[in-house]
Design a protein around this ligand. Structure first.
Ligand SMILES: [Zn+2]
Length: 284
């Protein structure tokens, strides 16, 4: 499996994976979406709440706030030595103490104080509730790592998709009788492609941006296209992935974790098969 990163920002990335089949590509997509752990609030202890929202609604809203995650310092609570009771290796406290003394006010994620500065809301501007003058909100919340397959609030990636890697072959010889009028914007071969992948350059039809092609094949089937002039096909075993992070961690970390989890799963499956064969061998 070869990975090549195409584009990368703090929240989004695209990359090419070569040397896998479609089943592996889909397994990777699902793992990146639902099995890379991310932090989320899972328990809230209310001390005082005189806002218009019930405790349960505020707790639900808190759970859905994306938090930055630190996979190097924290472990899943079910894999922790504390056996899920909650300790500093698997849990972080987040406190809130707000009073609307003189006027109505809103409570935002900026009012949350995390006991670990590495675990904090991805944005300071998410509103939690409104408060009228004289009301108070005081609670202590606990965030821990979880998996997106158990609850969407633990999804580190908000989008993970892939498409086949396209290959476009243009046969210039088949185009020799085609009459190009020197106007790219009105040329049927150019306008036919909904993703604007093709254009004329010095009387030759060329590919502008291969990555934009979504293999729809309209260019091949068009009535104006000379037979065999354009051939679009998917490269077997090569896929382009698109990944978007909730902000919990950089997208390339989600990719690396996803690949690691996939390899661990394959390894575990192999061990189980070996064990089964040995057991059968002994029984036979
Ligand atoms: Zn623990």
């Amino acid at each position: 499996m070869k990975v090549n990163i195409l584009t990368r920002t703090d929240k989004r990335m695209s990359f090419v994976v070569d040397g896998i089949d479609v089943e592996t590509a889909n397994a990777l997509r699902r793992i990146m979406l639902t099995e890379v752990p991310a932090m989320a609030i899972h328990e809230v202890l209310f001390i005082e709440n005189s806002t218009p929202l019930y405790d349960e609604i505020i707790a639900h809203r808190l759970g859905l706030i994306p938090l930055t995650s630190d996979l190097d310092s924290y472990v899943l609570s079910e894999q922790c030595k504390c056996e899920g009771a909650g300790c500093e290796r698997c849990q972080v406290g987040i406190q809130c103490s707000v009073a609307a003394k003189d006027a109505n006010r809103n409570v935002y994620t900026s009012d949350l104080v995390s006991l670990d500065p590495k675990i904090r809301p991805v944005s300071d501007k998410i509103m939690i509730t409104k408060m009228s003058k004289g009301s108070k909100l005081l609670f202590e919340a606990y965030a821990r790592l979880g998996l997106g397959k158990d609850h969407a609030k633990y999804q580190a990636a908000t989008k993970a998709t892939y498409k086949y890697y396209p290959e476009i072959t243009i046969n210039q010889a088949a185009l020799k009788d085609y009459e190009y009028k020197g106007d790219n914007e009105n040329d049927p071969l150019v306008t036919m492609c909904p993703r604007n992948v093709l254009k004329w350059e010095k009387n030759e039809l060329v590919v502008t941006d291969l990555m934009r092609c979504n293999l729809c094949g309209t260019c091949m089937r068009g009535l104006e296209t000379p037979k065999g002039a354009v051939v679009v096909k998917a490269v077997p075993g090569k896929f382009i992935f698109f990944l978007e992070s909730s902000g919990s961690m950089p997208p390339d970390r989600i990719m690396r974790e996803g690949i690691k989890i996939f390899q661990e799963k394959v390894g575990r499956f192999g061990d189980l098969v070996k064990e089964l064969i040995e057991k059968q061998g002994r029984a036979g």
